[in-house]
Design a protein around this ligand. Structure first.
Ligand code: ZNH
Length: 136
């Protein structure tokens, strides 16, 4: 689980990159959109709905950063939404987390040092677990 040092690292890293949240989200969600968002008129990378949903997902990540001491509680409503209403296959949370890591490494090569990488990896795994909680 996340150590105090990991939490500090995640908060500091997120504070740096949050201004670019839409870019991160946009590049991140694109790959997954085909299955769940086939009804969107424009599914191309960087299109308006892809950017908007990218921003939405990053809002969820910001919420998780803000509730890093109890991510399950912070994401309870979101977990319920994904499990009961959206019915997203929870396997996708892992894929999405990995996408986020890759995009962070590409967009922030200097800040994404080994410590930030480890901390963000653990953090995103915790986010995925929290979102999956209501599926059990
Ligand atoms: Zn999700 C929605 C977050 C993943 C799908 N999302 C959503 C929202 C949020 C989120 C915040 C909004 C809510 C409201 O509105 O209330 N997600 C999130 C996060 C994550 C996720 C944080 C991880 C990390 N999702 C996901 C995935 C998928 C999804 C993986 C698939 C694939 N979501 C979704 C959908 C929706 C959402 C479908 C709905 C949208 C609309 O409606 O527009």
């Amino acid at each position: 689980s996340l150590t105090a040092k990991d939490k500090k690292m995640v908060k500091a890293f997120w504070a740096k990159v949050a201004g670019k949240a839409e870019d991160i989200g946009c590049d991140t969600v694109f790959v997954l959109t085909k299955t769940y968002f086939s009804h969107w008129k424009d599914l191309s990378p960087g299109s308006a709905p892809v950017r908007k949903h990218g921003g939405t997902i990053m809002g969820g990540i910001s919420l998780a950063v803000a509730s890093i001491d109890d991510i399950s509680a912070g994401l309870l409503a979101l977990s319920e939404l994904h499990a009961f209403k959206l019915r997203v296959d929870p396997a996708n949370f892992k894929i999405l987390s990995h996408n986020i890591l890759v995009v962070l490494a590409i967009l922030f090569p200097n800040d994404f040092n080994p410590e930030a990488h480890v901390a963000m990896d653990k953090f995103l795994a915790a986010v995925g677990r929290a979102l999956s909680e209501k599926y059990r």
